[in-house]
Design a protein around this ligand. Structure first.
Ligand code: ADP
Length: 686
């Protein structure tokens, strides 16, 4: 202790940068300081060398004063040394932190008389210590945060050493793996999770070489947490480096089994919906049922990812079901193979239960046994549903089967039901169409037969009418001829009445002849084929006027014709039509009035309407339809001679040429007859 003080005294004279020694006399209250006291305390050297204790004490930081005072007063001869740290104000507002070690001096009576000590400026050190403390606290806080994240993160985290030993692992990952955090620590992936060891080593060991992270790796496997359940993880492996050396791997792991399952389910659902939409559309346009069934079974097998799909058709006797269509079955079976329809077969059971039936394992199935068709093909799982048919009998069964065990979902069942509905609607449509086709065919046959009978009857009638009319003319001409001879040769021997009778005989015979001729013309029109060619209407009108009855020509009719186009017609028929119309236009005019006829054309695409207007007696509207029928006449022969066939010939002739005919008249002042025929493509040519 004495030695220590000796050094202190020596320092008092020498001093050292950043520290100084001091002595304080209680009696004088003077503090003497060694060299460097001034620079340390920031006061002039002479102040530092000799300062009153009271003045110095005033510069001590108020927060430290009491402690310092208590400390100094607690010193006794037995406990005379002290060591403390306090702060002192220096000029310019600087605060100095001083570490002071000292000892109290006592007199013989044990009264203390002064202090001797060393003061060291530890401001810098103190600040560094504080900074250190602060950064330690920050670090600690960050560490705690990281720990918390590690512990509570909803994703799995771990750190592996180069032997792939678990150095750290969070609860989440430990739980995923099926072991506690403690059970993991210190053990390797291979020891704990042998199922995952191979892929883990293959992926991770190279990272120790390359130092490159490995991101977004999908790992599939099982863990002891859920044995037998295939699971999927998405993992990121990040190298932990010390300098350039990889000392571990930090793994971030997220289980995506559920997400993947949902994604897959969604994809399956979409594929099923697409198939339903597609087949639904095909169902509307398919005209070959077998082709459609083949397409359906192929599509269903593909969408459900099964080896077999089939449509069984319940045969009329209801005892067996025929393999009507399908995929996967051995060659030659489709269209041939049959299965029993009693409840001991899956198909029979399905028909009976009238709802979908699912089989997980045919070998352990107790509700029914697998028919040879299924067992021969190594079927394990399957699903079937009835296909609705008529009211009395279902059509059959739609089924799918797989060779490996398969758990069909509710979506799968709904898909199969939707397809069965499409099938049943399509089958119903095909059956109805077939029935309609059969009914149509028999109807067509009957119509053809009836038409033929009618044609035959008509032809017979026409032939009969023709030959009768023809045969009638010969004796008629004889009657007329002999009547004339009789009149000429025996006229002078007859009285007036006899002469009149002879004349009436001649008139009647010639009227009858005209009638027969008209009838023949009318009948001929119905029998001959009509050939349509472009015909110039103007030319035909000229010929018609030329061939008019002399009696009519005698009336000197005025005929005005505006330029007329060409029409599609058969010339001789058109000429007969126009002759009849012009003859009537002259004939049915009051005898004291000169007949005036106006002819013009009106375009009514694709037809030409030809108007023949007269200044005659007109036709009351009530008769305008009737006059076109054979033998319909509105006047007596005496007033207006005629047979009543003329307009019937007009109508038949025009209709045979694809046209139409009509009349307009107020019944008083003239008539306007019209005929309509197709316009000729090249006007003016014949
Ligand atoms: P027919 O001229 O030999 O009597 P139609 O068949 O040509 O026979 O005519 C039938 C009837 O229609 C005529 O009897 C007549 O009463 C009426 N008729 C035809 N054309 C005219 C006409 N231009 N004006 C008035 N009446 C007509």
């Amino acid at each position: 202790m004495t030695k220590c003080w000796a050094i202190a005294r020596q320092d008092l004279s020498n001093g050292r940068e950043g520290m100084f020694t001091f002595e304080w006399e209680r009696s004088t209250d003077i503090i003497k300081r060694s060299a460097f006291g001034g620079p340390v305390l920031g006061v002039p050297e002479e102040v530092a060398a000799q300062e009153t204790g009271k003045a110095y004490f005033q510069r001590v930081h108020p927060d430290d004063r009491d402690r310092l005072l208590t400390l100094v007063h607690s010193l006794t001869p037995e406990h005379s040394t002290y060591r403390t740290i306090y702060r002192v104000f220096c000029p310019m507002g600087r605060v100095l932190t001083v570490e002071e070690s000292g000892r109290a001096r006592f007199d013989a009576q044990g009264q203390w008389v002064g202090l001797t000590g060393v003061a060291v400026d530890i401001t810098q050190r103190r600040r560094l210590e504080e900074e250190l403390e602060e950064s330690r606290a920050v670090l600690q806080r960050q560490l705690t945060e990281i720990e918390t994240i590690y512990r509570s993160a909803p994703i799995g985290l771990n750190v592996l050493d180069p032997d792939l030993r678990f150095v750290r692992i969070n609860e989440r990952l430990a739980e995923m793996n099926g072991f506690s955090v403690e059970e993991h620590l210190g053990r390797t992936v291979r020891e704990l999770l042998p199922d995952l060891a191979d892929p883990a080593e293959r992926l991770l060991l190279p990272i120790f070489e390359t130092g490159e992270p490995l991101l977004n790796v999908e790992i599939r496997g099982e863990t002891p947490a859920q044995p037998g359940v295939p699971r999927i993880w998405l993992e990121h492996f990040l190298p932990l480096k010390e300098g350039d050396r990889v000392v571990g791997i930090s793994t971030v792991c997220e289980e995506i089994t559920e997400r993947k399952r949902t994604e897959q389910m969604l994809a399956e659902r979409v594929a099923q919906q697409a198939a339903i939409a597609h087949l639904g559309q095909q169902a509307l346009v398919s005209d070959d049922l077998d082709q459609f069934l083949a397409r359906v079974t192929a599509q269903v097998a593909k969408v459900l990812k099964v080896e077999y799909c089939k449509v069984l058709e319940l045969l009329p006797d209801s005892k067996e079901l025929l393999l009507r269509s399908g995929v996967g079955w051995q060659l030659g079976l489709v269209g041939q193979a049959v299965v029993g329809s009693d409840r001991t077969s899956q198909a029979g059971y399905t028909l009976l239960s009238q709802e979908p039936v699912i089989v997980e394992n045919l070998a352990t199935e107790t509700r029914f046994s697998g028919p040879p068709l299924l067992t021969d093909h190594g079927v394990v799982s399957g699903m079937s549903t009835p296909i609705r048919g008529s009211e009395h009998q279902p059509f059959g069964v739609l089924g799918v089967h797989s060779r490996s065990q398969r758990r069909f979902t509710e979506n799968d069942v709904n898909f199969l039901l939707a397809i069965a509905n499409i099938l049943s609607a399509t089958i119903a449509r095909h059956r109805t169409e077939q029935e309609i086709r059969q009914v149509n065919a028999s109807l067509e046959r009957r119509v053809e037969e009836r038409t033929q009978q009618l044609v035959d009857a008509n032809q017979e009638l026409e032939a009969f009418a023709y030959s009768v009319s023809h045969d009638l003319r010969a004796p008629l001409r004889a009657i007329e001829g002999f009547a004339r001879i009789f009149q000429e040769d025996y006229g002078d021997r007859l009285d007036e009445t006899g002469k009149e009778y002879a004349q009436m005989l001649i008139n009647s015979a010639s009227r009858l002849d005209a009638l027969i001729q008209d009838l023949l013309a009318y009948s001929r029109l119905g029998r001959r084929d009509v050939q349509l060619v472009p015909v110039s209407v103007a030319a035909v009108i000229d010929s018609a006027i030329e061939t008019l009855d002399p009696a009519l020509r005698q009336r000197q009719p005025q005929v005005s014709v505006v330029p007329l186009p060409s029409v599609l017609a058969q010339r001789n028929v058109l000429q007969q039509v126009l002759t009849n119309l012009i003859a009537n236009a002259i004939k049915f005019v009051d005898p004291d009035q000169p007949p005036t006829i106006r002819i013009w054309a009106e375009e009514r695409d694709p037809f030409i309407r030809l108007w023949i207007e007269d200044n005659g007696i007109g036709i009351a509207p009530v008769y305008q339809e009737r006059i076109f029928r054979p033998f319909e006449r509105l006047h007596g022969v005496e007033a207006y001679p005629g047979t009543g066939i003329g307009l019937a010939i007009v109508q038949r002739g025009i209709e045979r040429m694809g046209g139409s005919v009509g009349v307009e008249s107020d019944g008083k002042s003239g008539s306007q007859f019209w005929i309509e025929l197709l316009k000729a493509p090249d006007p003016g040519t014949e």
